[in-house]
Design a protein around this ligand. Structure first.
Ligand SMILES: Cc1cc2nc3c(=O)[nH]c(=O)nc-3n(C[C@H](O)[C@H](O)[C@H](O)COP(=O)(O)OP(=O)(O)OC[C@H]3O[C@@H](n4cnc5c(N)ncnc54)[C@H](O)[C@@H]3O)c2cc1C
Length: 348
């Protein structure tokens, strides 16, 4: 019989992140698809009861928990010990977990300790005649594969943003606490805190994976405009105002972030972390708006999971016009964004 374990870690405030709800959706899909399978939940964190209660309405037959100050922060040794202990207590054959940075670092190692196998960046789970099937992309999102495994335990790390979160409803969960005896060697690393990248000139965190909209800035913002001059300050003001008004996530082209490294004028709040594309990230957002960006293949490959795409470019022959965007506005992005900000400001 398959024992499907949803394995999640709690957030610093004791809650569960959206990605945990998405992994729960995938675990439930497998639970429904595999006849006679059993769903259980495992939680790791400083505290776990509130998180367990928040999903108590799910059809899990048991909740396991590892809790305490030693498990508050992401730390390989303690997270791996906790995950291993829960997998053993639950006798898990299939482990479904959100592919957070915390679990991505740890769970393939736990799979190795347990003689199992791990698949990361899973974007869908399915069933084929009662057999669990996962889907994931290869070669920078150019090919999708569906695969299954007979080897157990099987760790499935579900990419955040790939599922609709499961809303099972709250209740009171009985959490069976699992004791983990940590040797001192597991505690050699002390987590002092979290430092987020803050780029010069702003305290704004511009990368927002849960945002409705991805706003991409291209190198055109730093190029000479019709009057023969560069308008960098105006570009910064327009983009920051738009981000503040909409809560959009900020993406960039490679050309734009590379300019900074080459000592040329660049938007002060951008770093390589903002880069979208073949050598950048492939975020998931319902909508995307590219501005002053040419829409070349190595960039647009990073738009694979953006559902509705729009672009603003002066050039009617830019890459976006060649089937890359749903809507292309052939216009000056400086003028369009100034007007959009004005309308958004008036609405607020
Ligand atoms: C191996 C490899 C990997 C790569 N990986 C990536 C990657 O991960 N991500 C990535 O982005 N690129 C990547 N590239 C680079 C990519 O091919 C392009 O060079 C890059 O995306 C171009 O950036 P851009 O569109 O910002 O700049 P440009 O090509 O300079 O385009 C600027 C655009 O701005 C427009 N513009 C100027 N002023 C205005 C205005 N006022 N209003 C509206 N439009 C205006 C212009 O018409 C032009 O189309 C890679 C390339 C290679 C070879």
């Amino acid at each position: 019989m398959e024992n499907i374990l949803l394995l999640v870690h709690t957030e610093p405030d004791g809650s569960l992140a959206k990605s945990a709800g998405e992994a729960l959706r995938a675990a439930r899909t497998l639970n429904k698809a595999i006849a006679g399978s059993n769903l259980v939940v495992g939680l790791v964190g400083e505290t776990v009861q509130a998180a367990a209660n928040s999903i108590a309405g799910c059809p899990a037959t048991k909740f396991f928990g590892v809790a305490g100050p030693d498990f508050a922060h992401a730390r390989y040794s303690t997270d791996a010990a906790a995950a291993e202990a829960i997998c053993k207590a639950a006798q898990a054959t299939i482990i479904v977990a959100p592919a957070t940075t915390r679990w991505n670092r740890v769970l393939p190692g736990v799979a190795h300790r347990l003689g199992g196998r791990a698949d990361t960046h899973v974007t869908a789970v399915d069933d084929a005649e009662g057999k669990p099937v996962i889907r994931r992309w290869y070669y920078r999102q150019r090919m999708e594969a569906a695969l299954t495994r007979t080897h157990r335990p099987w760790f499935i790390l579900v990419d955040p943003g790939s599922q609709a979160p499961c809303e099972c409803g709250p209740g009171t969960a009985h959490v069976e606490m699992v004791t983990v005896n940590l040797p001192d060697s597991c505690k050699r690393t002390t987590v002092l805190g979290v430092r987020e990248p803050r780029t010069a000139g702003t305290e704004l965190q511009t990368i927002r994976p849960d945002a409705e909209l991805l706003f991409v800035a291209g190198a055109g913002w730093t190029k000479k405009q019709a009057d023969g001059k560069v308008h960098l300050e105006e570009a910064e003001k327009l983009i920051l105002e738009f981000l503040n008004l909409t809560g959009a996530s900020l993406g960039s082209t490679k050309s734009l972030v590379d300019l900074g490294a080459e000592g040329q004028p660049v938007l002060s709040f951008l770093s390589h972390l903002n880069q979208i594309g073949q050598t950048g990230s492939t975020p998931r957002h319902p909508k995307g708006l590219a501005t002053c960006c040419h829409g070349e293949e190595p960039h647009t490959i990073g738009w694979r999971f953006i559902a509705e795409r729009r672009a603003i470019n002066l050039d009617p022959n830019c890459g976006w016009a060649r089937g890359k965007a749903d809507v292309l506005y052939v216009a000056d992005a400086f003028q369009v964004m100034a007007k959009v900000n004005e309308l958004l400001g008036a609405k607020k």
